[in-house]
Design a protein around this ligand. Sequence first.
Ligand SMILES: Cc1cc2nc3c(=O)[nH]c(=O)nc-3n(C[C@H](O)[C@H](O)[C@H](O)COP(=O)(O)O)c2cc1C
Length: 244
Amino acid sequence: MLTPLHRALSGSKRSSPISGNPAMSVSSMCVGQIIVPPCGAFSGGYLECVGYSPIPHRRAMKILHIDSSISGAESVSRKLSLAAVEKLQAEHPAADVVYRDLGAEPLPHLSLADLSDHQLVDEFLSADAIVLGAPMYNFTVPTNLKAWLDRIAIAGKTFQYAANGPSGLAGGRKVIVASTRGGFYGPESPITSYELQDRYLKTFFGFLGVTDLTFVNAEGLGMGPEQKSRAVQDAMTAVENLAV
Ligand SMILES: Cc1cc2nc3c(=O)[nH]c(=O)nc-3n(C[C@H](O)[C@H](O)[C@H](O)COP(=O)(O)O)c2cc1C
């Protein structure tokens, strides 16, 4: 009998919605004394080939693409996160992409048992780049996204407590956040202090030790069609200019 978590885990892992982009493509050939057909798996920076000694090799970049908007095809954060993944793929054509749609296939709220199920934190740690679609819902991130964040903040895996306090263990990877919202929350806004979306994600990933964190923002999406179209266009330009 599948629990809701197992259904969510098994059902949501699939190819990125990028046409012709298989989720876990492996196309390299082992090199060395003998040329052999494509190997089945990459592991720890070495190609694994039964019967051959490991040969140092740069493994393909792994991208973890996560969406959390409940708005389906109308979603701006989905459009921006997809554009960011395509930008990464253009720079790293051999990259593998794993896609999770937390809006369409939500994870259950965190339970105690989930803290010892490390599938999602291991998936996060295996990624070189993580692209998050993160709309603002009630001043912070959607609960769909929070349920995933709850599963990647695991002591001993992504952070640790030591004598000098906490330290992050998840550095060395790039995180790109496609952040969208209906209103304006910049420094001049009278409600700037209500902004608990980017601020929360900065705090969260900073705590995990991620230093390479980039936000692409589209604000004022609820302020009329002209403002929306301008904000989306500016954010798409920002994605095109990402240094990846
Ligand atoms: C449930 C819900 C709550 C929202 N809460 C806020 C909010 O607190 N502040 C805000 O500026 N916009 C809010 N919005 C507007 C969204 O942030 C905006 O529509 C954004 O485009 C959503 O991203 P998406 O287009 O990827 O779905 C909310 C929208 C929804 C559906």
